[in-house]
Design a protein around this ligand. Structure first.
Ligand SMILES: O=P(O)(O)OC[C@@H](O)[C@@H](O)c1c[nH]c2ccccc12
Length: 263
């Protein structure tokens, strides 16, 4: 079992759901990365998704896009983020999952990128513009260093594709809960229960829900569908404002989810 999967299963055995906050690395400057990660880890998150700013973030809504623009304006790059992580890696106790588009990885060079991830202690990778069919190149480069390649499943994936993605994903399956881009939403589709039931049946590893989850109530509702949640835009907004109360409330909600068997 990989480190990432283990962390998620540990949350479950403690009676919680996994909570993975997404941060835009260097929103506020490179020097914010260390305190932000250490702070979140102290608040009891399961893992942290570390977003790399990119000029053409096609899957991202305005909140994350703007955070990316702020980070880019502060001179943040993939290379600098990984160097920064490496500089305090002994203090990092939760698995870090780097989220980047493929272009910066290609510009870095796959092997150099893999080495830099190893030096930074990265445990997983999400590259949303590399579909399953093309992801072998990532697994080949990163798996030798025990770095998971996390695959995304969309609401519109046909059953046969869901099975293939669930079988290939590593660490966890990222179940996207909306059709479209990242960002807070008021409503979700009403067939999610069926979708998640099928996904969990097809998946040998944990299934986490992400996209649009922005309130403690939504953390509870979406967390109950699978093994936990990923919260991006709401965390990015709260961190930008220095609103730790909201961050704490979102995390607390993941520890207060009733699973089906206890209801
Ligand atoms: O911001 P939201 O709606 O909470 O969604 C999660 C999310 O931000 C994070 O996982 C993410 C940010 N950018 C992405 C691009 C693709 C997949 C996932 C992501």
């Amino acid at each position: 079992m990989t480190t990432l999967q283990q962390a998620i299963e540990q949350a479950q055995s403690a009676g919680h759901k996994a909570f993975i906050p997404y941060i835009m690395a260097g929103d506020g400057g490179l020097e914010t990365i260390q305190p932000t990660i250490l702070n979140l880890q102290q608040l009891g998150v399961t893992a942290i998704e570390v977003g790399i700013p990119f000029t053409d973030p096609v899957a991202d809504g305005p909140t994350i896009e703007q955070a990316g623009e702020r980070a880019l304006a502060a001179g943040v790059t993939l290379r600098k983020v990984l160097q920064t992580l490496a500089s305090f890696r002994e203090d990092i106790k939760v698995p870090l999952v780097v989220m980047t588009y493929f272009n910066p990885v290609l510009a870095y060079g796959l092997d150099n990128f893999a080495q830099a991830c190893v030096a930074a202690g990265v445990k997983g990778l999400i590259v949303p513009d590399v579909p399953l069919e093309e992801s072998e190149i990532l697994r080949e480069a990163l798996n030798p260093y025990a770095i998971d390649i996390v695959q995304l499943v969309s609401l519109t994936s046909p059953p046969e594709r869901i099975t293939r993605i669930a079988a290939a994903s590593q660490g966890f399956v990222y179940a996207v809960t909306v059709n479209g881009i990242t960002g807070a939403r008021a409503n979700f589709a009403d067939n999610l229960e069926h979708h998640f039931a099928r996904l969990r049946q097809a998946s040998p590893i944990p299934v986490l829900a992400g996209f649009g989850i922005s309130t403690p109530e939504q953390v509870k509702k979406m967390g109950a569908l699978g093994d936990g949640v990923i919260v991006g835009s709401a965390i990015v907004t709260a961190l930008h404002k220095g609103d730790m109360t909201t961050v704490e409330a979102l995390i607390a909600a993941s520890k207060d989810i009733r699973t089906k068997s206890t209801q």
